[in-house]
Design a protein around this ligand. Structure first.
Ligand code: 5GP
Length: 203
């Protein structure tokens, strides 16, 4: 940030139907400086190679429920039969300290945040939808990834079809191309958003 201005952090929310290449995109974005990646909690079982605390905080259903009841989540949702949630405190702390935050969450979570009563969150929000080129390509990417069963792929494609209709709710929509292209577009959005006059406060 420049010497004349300070600002709150920006809350970047990225949603994409599963298999749209978002995981690779998000992994690349996580290397951005001054950007805090919010590690979600989930009841889903870890995939091979996933690390607790890094990819997700893997919780039992009972622990997840307890955290819902304690009001620990900014948003939470059931996605593909499992529960996922964003922890409230680290997100708010970082935004208040002027650090940008990145959430990789589904369309339900994005809608909850968009409609949330907290003006700081609403002001901070910049939401981006990654649109897969088409369903066939999505199917191909899911098969190539090989981490889901046929039944799970079918379910994910059904969800993706519904999700793809919601792109208009997002401020930005990126039609997914190569990872490099998608990454460049997200970085441009981030750069432009950080220059919005309304975010800046004279020191
Ligand atoms: P996956 O199981 O493939 O890692 O993620 C499945 C879906 O859950 C993805 O669309 C991902 O964006 C979404 N997701 C991950 N974390 C959260 C979260 O904290 N909240 C919500 N609402 N969705 C999440």
């Amino acid at each position: 940030m420049s010497k004349q201005f300070s600002r709150h952090g920006i809350l970047f929310v990225i949603s994409a139907p599963s298999g749209a290449g978002k995981t690779t995109l998000v992994e690349a974005l996580r290397k951005t400086s001054n950007l805090f990646y919010s590690v979600s909690c989930t009841t889903r079982a870890p995939r091979v190679g996933e690390i607790d605390g890094e990819n997700y905080q893997f919780l039992s259903s009972a622990d997840f429920r307890a955290r819902v009841e304690a009001g620990d989540f900014l948003e939470h949702a059931r996605v593909h039969g499992d529960y996922y949630g964003t922890l409230r405190e680290p997100v708010l702390n970082n935004l208040n300290n002027g650090t940008d935050v990145l959430l990789d969450i589904d369309i339900q979570g994005a809608a909850t945040i968009r409609n949330c009563g907290d003006p700081i969150i609403r002001e901070a929000l910049t939401d981006v939808f990654i649109m897969p080129p088409n369903l066939e390509e999505l199917r191909r990417r899911l098969h190539k990834r090989g981490t889901e069963t046929e039944e799970q792929i079918k379910r994910r494609l059904e969800t993706a079809t519904r999700e793809m209709e919601l792109w208009r709710d997002y401020r930005y929509t990126i039609v997914s191309g190569s990872i490099e292209e998608d990454l460049e577009k997200v970085r441009h959005i981030m750069a432009a958003e950080s220059c919005l006059s309304r975010r800046l406060r004279p020191k």
